[in-house]
Design a protein. Structure first.
Length: 257
């Protein structure tokens, strides 16, 4: 026999390839083994996803330090983990498109007593943000890395690439958790608005907790650095939002949109 993945010679009783580690599949594809494969990949207690997800809550420093130091088989690679978080977050927009979530009602709740033009601008900005949320997230990651490097570089000597690993793991973990919470509340508009509004606070708390574990800081130091981290991030987001509002307002005023 030959491994279908790397063409390595195999014996008939091998279950995994000794060269690439791939599982030897002898049966034809059926719906049953497709379903079993999905369960094995994501819900098996011994798999990488489960280990990474649970460990990033309990001991995030072990995942980060382990991966940086070469432990690549025990935990999910941060890039596919980040991709999974984007996919889960994208499910929210898919449900909006399919009408499962009444987005107009959600916008009306969040707009409150704004004027008609202000509400229209708010709706356009929110819809743009929702539609391009994954692209914006990818573009925001370097900003997270920049602030992480500036605020925590003296705590441990991680290089830029290692700060990328830290940010990708932490952001993905926070995103996966908040996405699950939001998706569980989609059938109640008020509850959905609350969970969406709290997602930023939950992210702040998780980042502060994880940074404390990773950089081994006391409460005072981690509180000050975490607050500064998110103040800088909030200012940057506000700056982007104001630019977006200005563009929408200009286009509305000049009948360009």
């Amino acid at each position: 026999m030959q491994c279908i993945n790397c063409s390595n010679e195999l014996s008939n009783n091998q279950k995994f390839c000794s060269e690439c580690g791939g599982k030897i599949i002898r049966k034809r594809i059926t719906f049953k083994n497709l379903f079993e494969d999905i369960l094995d990949k994501f819900f098996n207690i011994d798999n990488k996803f489960y280990q990474t997800f649970t460990k990033l809550f309990k001991q995030p420093q072990e995942v980060v330090e382990g991966y940086i130091n070469g432990m690549r088989t025990k935990y999910f690679n941060p890039i596919p983990y980040f991709a999974f978080s984007l996919t889960l977050a994208g499910l929210y927009f898919y449900l909006v498109q399919k009408g499962v979530i009444d987005y107009n009602e959600l916008i009306n709740y969040s707009s409150g007593s704004q004027g008609e033009m202000d509400q229209e601008i708010t709706q356009k900005v929110n819809k743009f943000t929702l539609e391009y949320s994954n692209i914006m997230t990818i573009l925001f990651i370097p900003i997270y890395v920049l602030f992480s490097k500036l605020l925590f570089s003296k705590c441990k000597d991680y290089n830029w690439a290692e700060h990328y690993v830290i940010v990708l793991y932490l952001f993905s973990q926070a995103s996966i958790f908040t996405s699950i919470v939001i998706l569980l509340s989609i059938f109640n508009t008020k509850l959905l608005l609350v969970t969406t509004s709290l997602s930023f606070i939950l992210q702040f708390l998780y980042f502060a907790y994880a940074f404390k574990k990773i950089f081994d800081l006391n409460f005072k130091k981690i509180f000050l650095r975490s607050v500064l981290f998110f103040v800088l991030l909030f200012i940057f987001i506000l700056f982007i939002v104001l630019i977006a509002i200005g563009i929408v307002y200009y286009m509305k005023k000049n009948n360009l949109a």
